[in-house]
Structures are given as structure tokens and as C-alpha cells.
Design a protein around this ligand. Structure first.
Ligand code: FPP
Length: 240
């Protein structure tokens, strides 16, 4: 079976799940954190090398303050509680996004976990926090322009490889498979550049209900897809 190197997930539906259970939205996010734990475990077992998770978008800052504060505390708690298990299971933690917008203590805890897991060589988990695809593209252009003006690069023309070296995902292969839960069929300003040739998988399952079997179902579906990258089916079959 073809296992994707990089799986990315838009974890959606926590709020609706909470509503279905007659609870506050934060209850759904807490249940969603449990799905994150299980998904990380399954990804590692299945030999996925990179798992990126859209945990908090640039736009999510506009949610009610109580929800934003609750999500930040949930994140801090998860990082503290899970780091020993990450190290034990050889899982490396990284993040992408405008991290300086997060509360300083959450940043510090994340940085700490990133340092503690830096030598792990198994699965890499990438948390997208205060992230959006448009933010990523703009920060790449701005950093490149700064380097150009400061004579730190001689390359006057951006090509794909040079541009990608400025994206927050530099060094990480683009997602092979994107899963979005909860029935929405949108990219929602996620990795706009990186998703160019990604296989998309949408499921009705709400994120807090997403279990190992759901993940494996998505991996199975991916294995059945033919990825052509603009070539013909015959060319791909002949490995041209
Ligand atoms: C989307 O559901 C989910 C989020 C904005 C947050 C994702 C956060 C978690 C899964 C919790 C913890 C994360 C980590 C990494 C430990 P929604 O609130 O948009 O749901 P709705 O569309 O039903 O309202």
C-alpha cells in the first residue's frame, strides 16, 4: 500500500459536536484534543513521516475571547502533558504560523517542546497556529525582499525552489493527502501554495468523532488514487 509521506488535516466540527451534545464549544475542542492524540499515534504506526494539523487559523482570532483563551490553554496543557510521550515515541514537534501573536507562556511551552523533541527522527507533527496560506505567502515574499535589499541573496528572480525555501514549511515536503472533517469542502486559507497537487479527502465525521478507523479509511482511499501531476495516465504507468 502507498503510504503518504505527509498527511495534513483541517480538524473541523468541534463546535457542532459540542452543540449536538448540548455543551459549550470548548467541550468540543477538548474532545478534539483527544482525536489529535489518537491521530498522532495512528500516523506514527502507519509510517507517515509528517502530520500537519490546522489547529488555529489567523482568522480564528476573531472568535469570542472566551473561546480563544480556552483554546490557548488547551494547547498549553496538551503540549505540557504530551511532550514526554512524544519524546518516548520518537515524535518531533514543529509549528508554523505567526507564533508571536500567541500568549507568551503558550509560545514558551511550545518552544520548549520543539527543543525537547528536536532530535526525534520518527514522525514529525507540525502544528499550524495563527496560520493562513495568504500569511505564509506574504511572509515569504517579505523575507525574500528583505534579503534581496540587504544583499543577503544574489538571486534576483524567484523560482519555485527559492520561493519554497522562504515558506514556513521550508524543508517539509508538500502534503500528499489533505483530510478535512465535518463535511465542509473548502481549503479555508490553509496551505495555499503547498496544496497544489495534494489529494483531497472530505469526510462527514466531526473531528471529535474522528478515530483510527477513519484515518485508515482515508489512507486506503489515498492508496487507490492515481496521482498524475499533470502527466497522462499512460506516462505515469510507464514511469516516464
Ligand atoms: C475547528 O472546529 C477546530 C478548531 C478551530 C480548533 C482545533 C483545535 C483542537 C482540535 C484542540 C486542540 C488542539 C491541539 C493541537 C492539542 P470548529 O470550532 O470550527 O467547529 P464548528 O465548525 O463545528 O464550529
Amino acid at each position: 500500500m502507498t503510504t503518504p509521506t505527509h498527511v495534513s488535516i483541517i480538524m473541523d466540527g468541534n463546535g457542532r459536536w459540542a452543540q449536538l451534545h448540548g455543551k459549550e464549544r470548548l467541550y468540543g475542542h477538548k474532545a478534539g484534543a483527544e482525536s489529535v492524540r489518537m491521530t498522532v499515534r495512528t500516523a506514527a504506526e502507519k509510517g507517515v513521516k509528517y502530520l500537519s494539523l490546522f489547529a488555529f487559523s489567523s482568522e480564528n482570532w476573531h472568535r469570542p475571547k472566551t473561546e480563544v483563551d480556552g483554546l490557548m490553554e488547551l494547547l498549553a496543557q496538551a503540549v505540557v502533558e504530551e511532550t514526554p510521550a512524544l519524546v518516548k515515541n520518537n515524535v518531533r514537534l514543529r509549528y508554523i504560523g505567526a507564533l508571536s501573536h500567541l500568549p507568551p507562556h503558550v509560545c514558551a511551552l511550545l518552544e520548549c517542546s520543539v527543543r525537547e523533541t528536536a532530535e526525534c527522527t520518527g514522525l514529525t507533527v507540525i502544528l499550524a497556529l495563527s496560520y493562513s496560506g495568504t500569511w505564509d505567502i506574504l511572509q515569504a515574499i517579505n523575507r525574500y525582499t528583505r534579503d534581496l535589499l540587504a544583499n543577503k541573496t544574489d538571486d534576483q528572480v524567484l523560482d519555485i525552489a527559492l520561493f519554497e525555501s522562504y515558506l514556513s514549511t521550508a524543508g517539509i515536503p508538500p502534503p500528499d493527502l489533505l483530510i478535512r472533517t465535518s463535511g465542509e469542502k473548502r481549503i479555508s486559507n490553509y496551505m495555499l501554495w503547498q496544496l497544489a497537487y495534494t489529494e483531497l479527502y472530505f469526510t462527514q465525521t466531526l473531528w471529535p468523532d474522528f478515530r483510527s478507523e477513519d484515518f485508515i479509511k482515508a489512507l486506503d482511499e489515498y492508496a487507490r488514487r492515481e496521482r498524475r501531476f499533470g502527466k497522462t495516465g499512460t506516462q505515469c504507468k510507464n514511469n516516464e
